[in-house]
Ligand binder design. Sequence first.
Ligand code: C5P
Length: 238
Amino acid sequence: MSDGPAAPVIAIDGPSGSGKGTIAALVAARLGWRLLDSGALYRIVAWAALARGIPLDDPQRLAAMTRALAIEQGATAVRVDGVDVTTAIREERISVGAAAVATLPEVRQTLRGVQQGMRVAPGLIADGRDMGTEVFRDAELKIYLDASVEERARRRHKQLMEKGSSVSLRDLFASIQARDRSDRNRAVSPLRRAPDAISIDTTEMSVEAVVAEVLKHVEARGLTAGRAREGEGSRGGE
Ligand code: C5P
């Protein structure tokens, strides 16, 4: 542990299908920073609970289970207790389960420690719902991505079709609306834009255009050269 300033964080929040995952991964690759996909952590909790027959509304058992999980989030694969769950956690039933366990303060609290532990030099790109509002309130840059619900459903549909899933666009639209409602209205860490976040509506934008826009703000805050250089040498976590 260093006594110096904490590594810089770029928080990218927004609703499902707003493009966070794709944009966060590309920005992380561009900067050579670590990527935190916090949604994957909620998905892992839901997946592990369903696999073990633990009810998704039992906060104590879920928190205890979560504390015992060995989670490895690499650049291309996610493993839980040595099992590759990269594909399994993207199933629609897990999306629904993740939104359910995400309403529980005990689960959020446990995952908060995991998330904050990923803040390492040269920097962290953190993608989620409450990165800028809760987990990394002191993030150097906060981005809030949004898009129309129709566009978000279309994107998710395309993603799932490419993975061989046959969910209908209509069902996905309803599912995204239900998750939005749950994410925005839950009592703990609801999805909302941090007051100091920069909003980008990605409905009509290409991925490249959004990445360019984010990188423009990264540069404007002086996060590329100076900070990244400070952290050099302590990179290479995985
Ligand atoms: O981003 P993704 O769709 O993978 O997230 C799955 C679910 O996890 C979300 O619908 C949300 O309920 C929850 N989540 C959260 N806080 C985060 C990230 C995800 O509550 N920081």
